[in-house]
Design a protein. Sequence first.
Lengths: 194, 390
Amino acid sequence: MEAIEKIKELASQAVPGAKVEIVNSAPAAAQPALLVDREQVFAVARFFKEDPRFAMDFCSCVTGVDYPKVDQVEVVYHLYSIALKHGPIVLKVRAPRELDQCRVPSLTPLWRGCEFQEREAYDLYGVKFDGHPDLRRILMWDEFKDHPMRKDYAPPMDYDWEPTPHDDTLQRAMATEGVVPPTAIVEAEKAKKK
Amino acid sequence: MIQPLTEPAENRYTLTPGPEGLIETQTLEVSIGPQHPSTHGVFRMDCVLDGETVVQLKPVMGYLHRNHEQLAEKMAWLGSMPYTDRLDYFNSMTNNWAYALAVEKLAGIKVPERAEYIRVIVAELTRLLNHVCAIGFLLQDLGAWGTPLLYAFREREKILDLFEAVSGSRMMCNYMRFGGVRVDLDDKMLTAAKEITGRFPKFLDEFEKLLTNNEVLLARCQRVGILPKELAINASISGPMTRASGVEYDIRKVDKYGLYGRFDFRIPLGDVGDVYDRYYIRVLEMRESVKILQQALRDIPQGPHLAPEVKLRNFKVPTGDGYGRIEAPKGELGFYLVSDESGKQPYRYHVRPPSFINLTILEDMCLGHKVADVIIILGSVDIVLGEVDR
């Protein structure tokens, strides 16, 4: 496969107006990536899939990475070619962290293999994939509110997550109006017997 | 004299003819799982059935989700090595290897030759034990209760005994380290490995004699759950699943990671892509694994089993990201790792689990088949829920 500079040049020629930028990986890994803007990532990905020089027919890995320092969430695609047995081309696309703006185009119409992986990225990072046929939570349950892989995620300190709250959690539970945790009932009964 | 029926019409049980003169029917929604022995763990399939035929199927997972990735992001690089054992708990050795490989790629660590040989040996033994179990469980799903599975487990036990001798644990081996393996294989263990390898083809012959041309197996498995080649590639299917559909792609051959470039072995390919092909591909792959094992056990050199320059404590990885992948028994197992300025722990740690992604096309394979076939189609995908849910 060609050098990354050449790949970048070909991609920017094929998709006019696409902002493609080379991002370096760890020096030893030598897997430099292409950071593409949100508007053009679908076209660039389609170019890599359909161009016979690349023939990237296998989208191996899709994942999100959270960068709160720059206020962005990144989605990373690793593309391989089974026909030509080369790869990977790493595509990266970034979106703002705010939940309502955190949208990138889905690549599921190009590669069916993205379907579950994009659902996972949505579930854990809150990235909404436009054009995904069935964007639901996949690992967490449907009623879950947050996106647990984000760096600022705080696990719930809620007493009702514990079947038998005690100590601090019990105190907090007792202080909450209208809720009687099971431990409190048991303790109240114990106190009554005494 | 028999009285004529005088029941009023509304009380009579009538069958209303549908549009084609047939009886009107309705579909039935059935939830298979999460507590069903054939789901190999806690996994649910929301099926819509028309009679016994599947018209819709949605996999539901996450019952075993423990946010493995987040746990790993909160500890040192080596800290999550034991946790990788718990991903695919049948194949802890290959999980270890995939993680070690990804970190070595990032940090630029070179692995000594003997360690590479040991890795190949334990990984191929893992492939043997995974495939015998996959076939044993498939037969269990077909209704052959017990016998084939116990035959498979008998062989698996021998390999697990060796793993216990090598690593101290049967299933949760925690054996690999960055730059090599934790303890060396001594001559006694190598002899044991040779013995297992030597006896394995005989066991396979016996297994095949009972199964490969078995009429029940043929009737149940052929032309069931066909996965076309194009879909297999497009849906990122990997491992024996994709090779059963005729896609010639084996990461051992393509990436030549470890020392796989040195060994002489072939990639078996299926042509139909049905459940039977997926069964038979595994048998053939085991025969190829035996070949690799024989070569590796013959050629293993003396030397260090761990790269001496790698620090176990205070291990740091340079800034950057990288993706390392291996051909695990179930498919492509990859780790995408990002290291930040501190370098002490992964900033991002992502597992690309083969069983999870191989489930993408479960619905496509099951549509139009009977509900009993769904069980064996799922069995032929060979999933492990520890890896699907992470």
